[in-house]
Design a protein around this ligand. Structure first.
Ligand code: CUA
Length: 490
């Protein structure tokens, strides 16, 4: 009896919860009311089955409860009942699935007049691209990606030159214009989701997925990543602002084209070469055998390697310079450093790629080289360095966890961080200076500031990049100082 009552109460409470709970879907701001209808059908179908099954259980518990002397009748099968169950279940499932299939085929059948918007995801930020004047998106390939070309656009494709790039997480769209959304990921699985648009789809590395919608209400809507993609996932947000056509046009014209971003980043920086080297290391898997932090590994570590004299297996010695490194990559077994097994395979790389790898190894080189580097670059003004640091912070993805406006993130906010005294988990304190920032970027989880989790991945920026990052963090110091002064004044 008690069990039957509990079962009935569960049914009543579930139905009431669905009707009375304040958490309902926001009104749709796009043409996809049909998606809501589909969901409603699914809710009703599964609701009916849930109620029927649970009420049946309650009745069965009451009616067939144990009685003294009663014996259960043996019934090995009931064909008629089975046939009915199969029919009813099949019809129920078909009723739930069919509307979804119809709506989904609409969802990916893009009307001809739709314009294109490309969304590019990476841990843990969004970026957007519009086709520009010619109405055509230029070709892209992951091999073109570097810090000056984050979208990986083919620099030789004329269709890409006028593409409009939106290098932050906020995109505008014109009202009542159908848009085809092309989704691309640079690293792992993400999912583009704008709840009010009822538009949502996985972004799979290596392919372009798409759907379309027409925004029907102006306003600001949140873009969220709906697929767990690493520690910064929860913070992978953006905004979609639906404007009247005029306001949209004005906004769009204020965004740079691909050609413009290339021109501004044109000073052939050591940066992009290093970035290229780093991508190659990732692609070829060099890091499996060659460490970059001086730790022991299967092959010679790269830290401090450049400019060193090494003993070779045949007893001779060699100065590790550009020529030797290139030869060693192309034919690793010919002149092998003593003490390492002859396991490296030969790589066929072009001169450009070899140069990038050598530049990367050089950047991890001796202290002498490091000094040359920083003086070489110091000619740039302080502002340049800050801008460069900001770009690096973006391309490394630092900003997913470190805010620059003082808001709380996975890691300490950079606003007002420089010069502040922080307390570590073990109770000791430190004044945040250049030395500490360097330490914590290169070996993030050795000394953790109290209240933060040890989740930061290790980065291996060059000295020059590190200096740029520090300059950027430093530039955020004052904002915080002003804020705390204001607080003191209160
Ligand atoms: Cu990107 Cu979760």
């Amino acid at each position: 009896m008690a069990t039957a009552i509990i079962l009935i109460l569960i049914v009543v409470a579930s139905v009431l919860f669905n009707i009375l709970a304040p958490w309902h879907a926001t009104p749709a701001a796009s043409n996809w009311g049909s998606i809501d209808t589909t969901q409603f059908i699914t809710l009703i179908m599964s609701g009916i089955f849930f109620i029927a099954v649970t009420v049946f259980m309650a009745v069965a518990v009451m009616r067939y409860r144990h009685k003294e002397g009663a014996k259960a009748a043996y019934q090995p099968g009931n064909k008629k009942l089975e046939v009915w169950l199969i029919i009813v279940t099949s019809v129920g499932i078909a009723l739930m699935l069919a509307p979804g299939l119809v709506v989904y085929s609409d969802f990916v059948r893009v009307p001809k007049k739709a314009y294109e918007l490309e969304v590019v995801a990476q841990q843990w930020q969004w970026a957007f691209r519009f086709p520009g004047q010619d109405g055509k998106l230029g070709r892209s390939d992951i091999k073109f990606v570097d810090s000056t070309n984050p979208f990986g656009l083919d620099p030789k494709d004329p269709a890409g030159q006028d593409d409009v790039l939106v290098l932050n997480s906020e995109v505008h769209l014109p009202l009542n214009q159908p848009v085809k959304v092309l989704l691309r990921s640079k690293d792992v699985l993400h999912d583009f989701d704008v709840p009010q648009m009822r538009g949502k789809m996985d972004m799979v590395p290596g392919m372009v997925s798409y759907f379309w919608f027409t925004p029907t209400k102006t306003g600001k809507y949140e873009i969220i990543c709906a697929e767990y993609c690493g520690v910064g996932h929860y913070n992978m947000r953006g905004h979609m602002i639906v404007d009247e056509q005029d306001a949209f046009d004005q906004w769009l014209s204020s965004q740079p084209t691909f050609a413009q971003t290339v021109a501004t980043a044109a000073k052939p920086s050591r940066d992009s070469v290093l970035e290229k080297g780093r991508l190659l290391v990732e692609k070829l898997g060099c890091g499996a055998c060659h460490s970059q932090d001086g730790s022991a590994s299967l092959g010679p570590g790269w830290k401090g390697l450049y400019g060193r004299t090494e003993q070779l297996a045949d007893g001779s010695s060699v100065l590790v310079d550009e020529a030797y490194l290139k030869a060693a990559i192309l034919d690793p077994k010919a002149r092998r450093v003593q003490g390492y097994p002859p396991v490296m395979v030969a790589y066929t790389l072009n001169e450009d790629e070899l140069g990038a790898l050598v530049a990367l190894i050089k950047s991890l080189g001796t202290a002498r080289q490091g000094d040359e580097l920083s003086t070489g670059e110091a000619s740039g003004s302080g502002d340049d360095l800050v801008a460069q640091g900001q770009r690096l912070a973006k391309s490394f993805g630092c900003l997913a966890c470190h805010s620059v406006d003082g808001s709380k993130g996975v890691g300490p906010s950079w606003q007002g961080l420089y010069g502040k005294t922080e307390t570590f988990a073990d109770g000791t304190t430190i004044k945040v200076d250049e030395g500490y920032i360097k330490e914590t970027v290169l070996k993030p989880n050795t000394r953790i500031i109290k209240g933060y989790a040890p989740v930061m991945p290790t980065f291996a920026p060059s000295d020059q990049e590190l200096n740029a990052l520090i300059a950027f963090i430093k530039s955020k110091a004052n904002a915080g100082a002003d804020a705390s002064k204001a607080e003191l004044g209160k």
